[in-house]
Write a protein that binds this ligand. Structure first.
Ligand code: PEP
Length: 259
């Protein structure tokens, strides 16, 4: 099944989060056959959970959580706390957290393991900065980040993880839209080494970074791509639902990510 999800980053009031949730309910029929997820700020997780009927096929995530179950970590929340608020998924290692909040491969690995131990699906983000790509080092960089991020999990737990390839140079409003052939070698490597068809593979490998309604179908068609992880183009519920429809059509077209 094709995955399609969005993280709202540090955006949306409770009222805005509830309005987005109401838009998802109104578009219920579009959600069949795709694995949709929404990742609000921590403040809005419970409100979105309460607003969505439990049978609506949309997963709710958190953008981060600490690896310790409790304690003197002012300003942090635990995996158990986000699960209690309604999350079943947790984003880990987004490049903005690596860049601005000192996230390292070590803390990422601790968080991935803590998420699985709590029964959450870790969404492990990996991706090379522009300089690494300019030097042609993206395959090794991304493979290293993925294997270090997964290093604290026993092989039999790897199927509980989703990996998102998010090249830093493609993310956000200063990002550059990628061409499919630019991401294909990395997606191919991730699929072959870590993907659902690999031995002890993860559940899915997603692509994220400057996805929009015009490039989504082509990016979904890159071999090894099980879905898309979207920022700006999906913050408006109509934009998200349009991307969901594109992902559903891609599935009907019989691409590899048909599930
Ligand atoms: C992101 O920041 O993870 C992301 C995918 O953002 P955007 O789609 O806005 O580039």
């Amino acid at each position: 099944m094709t995955w399609i999800g969005t993280s709202w980053k540090m955006n949306k009031t409770l009222a805005e989060a509830r309005a987005f949730a109401d838009g998802l309910v109104a578009a219920r029929s579009a959600l069949d056959g795709v694995r949709a997820f929404v990742i609000p700020a921590h403040t809005a997780i419970a409100a979105v959970r309460e607003r969505l009927p439990s049978d609506l096929p949309v997963l709710i995530g958190a953008q981060n959580a600490h690896w310790e179950p409790a304690g003197a970590y002012t300003g942090e929340v635990s995996m158990g706390m986000i699960a209690d608020a309604g999350a079943t998924l947790v984003e880990i290692g987004h490049s903005e957290r690596r860049q601005h909040f000192g996230e390292t491969d070590d803390t990422v690995a601790l968080k991935v393991a803590a998420a699985v131990a709590t029964g959450l699906t870790p969404l492990l983000c990996v991706g090379e900065p522009a300089g690494v790509r300019a030097a042609g080092g993206e395959i090794g960089w991304v493979a290293g980040q993925a294997s270090r991020g997964l290093s604290r999990l026993p092989p039999h737990d790897l199927h509980k993880v989703v990996v998102a390839y998010e090249p830093v140079w493609a993310i956000g409003d200063r990002g550059r839209e990628p061409l499919p052939h630019e991401i294909a070698p990395v997606m191919g490597m991730l699929a072959a080494r870590f993907g659902p068809d690999a031995h002890d593979g993860v559940a899915a490998v997603l692509y994220g970074g400057s996805v929009n309604r015009l490039n989504a179908a082509a990016l979904l068609g890159v071999p090894g791509t099980d879905g898309l992880f979207v920022g700006r183009a999906a913050w408006d519920v109509a934009g998200f639902v349009e991307l969901v429809r594109i992902a559903a059509r891609a599935r009907h077209a019989g691409w590899r990510n048909a599930g």
